[in-house]
Design a protein around this ligand. Structure first.
Ligand code: MG
Ligand code: MG
Length: 259
């Protein structure tokens, strides 16, 4: 069932997602060689609670933490731990909030120290493919138009698209219909209309598209051990142009200062 939101609901979802954006920026300040992923998680939880929300992931389906921290070959759903980030790592930070009855959900992949040009290119391409997908989130299009745009850009660069994990609707539930795959065919799939709020979240691998799950029951990693990148934005479908409810601006201001 597709749940359409009115403007008031969209504004609550926007507030949630802007808090996620600011939380990710707060985390960005701490990311450097020597910090553990659990330290990032603690800061995120504190920041979210200080701003009147609760962590959206904590306890969701039994997930033990506030952030998903997925390093290098980990695709998504990595559990924060005493793993110490090291120079050259990349870490996908996925964060959710819950406030006023609705969820926020967004993700960004961060370089740690000096990252190889090869891996930086994967990050850039994944973010570009997300933005191309976002452009397709307009009234009258279909979910396949989004997936097609993401897939074409990633595959043209020689990368592969994870199939098993997909984007989703967002609202009173963190995962609502429809599923939003990062692959697809133009003109296929569910028709999207104004009022639908979608999370678009490409997971793009440098090597094979195939993945496996760790014995912790959560962590997803690439089958070949090569790196993966993940970016996520929430958008409200609208006529002509999607209303992007998240922003990477706060994060990228911090990253610019670090260079
Ligand atoms: Mg997410
Ligand atoms: Mg999501």
């Amino acid at each position: 069932m597709l749940v359409y939101k009115n403007q008031e609901e969209i504004e609550i979802i926007r507030r949630n997602n802007l808090l996620v954006s600011r939380t990710l920026a707060e985390v960005a300040k701490l990311i450097k060689p020597g910090v553990t992923t659990l330290e990032l998680d603690k800061r995120a939880e504190e920041f979210i609670r200080d701003h009147g929300a609760v962590p959206g992931f904590l306890g969701y389906g039994g997930f033990p933490n506030t952030l998903c921290t997925s390093v290098n070959d980990q695709v998504v759903h990595g559990i924060p731990s005493d793993y110490v980030l090291k120079d050259g790592d990349v870490v996908s930070i996925d964060c959710g909030t819950y406030m006023d009855g609705y969820y926020g959900d967004s993700a960004y992949t961060f370089p740690v120290g000096n990252v190889s040009d090869e891996v930086m290119q994967l990050l850039r391409t994944t973010k570009e493919s997300l933005l191309l997908g976002v452009e397709q989130a307009i009234e009258g299009n279909r979910v396949g138009d989004i997936g097609y745009a993401v897939q074409m850009h990633a595959e043209k660069a020689g990368y592969s698209v994870v199939r098993e994990m997909v984007g989703h609707g967002l609202g009173k539930d963190m995962h609502e219909a429809p599923e939003v795959p990062n692959y697809g065919r133009r003109g296929r799939g569910v028709k999207i209309k104004k009022g639908l709020v979608l999370c678009i979240e490409p997971m793009i691998n440098m090597g094979t598209k195939y993945i496996k799950q760790d014995s912790d029951g959560w962590t997803i990693r690439t089958l070949d051990g090569k790196p993966s990148a993940h970016y996520e934005l929430a958008v409200a479908v609208d006529k002509g142009k999607a209303d992007i409810l998240t922003t990477f601006e706060y994060i990228e201001e911090i990253l610019k200062k670090k260079v």
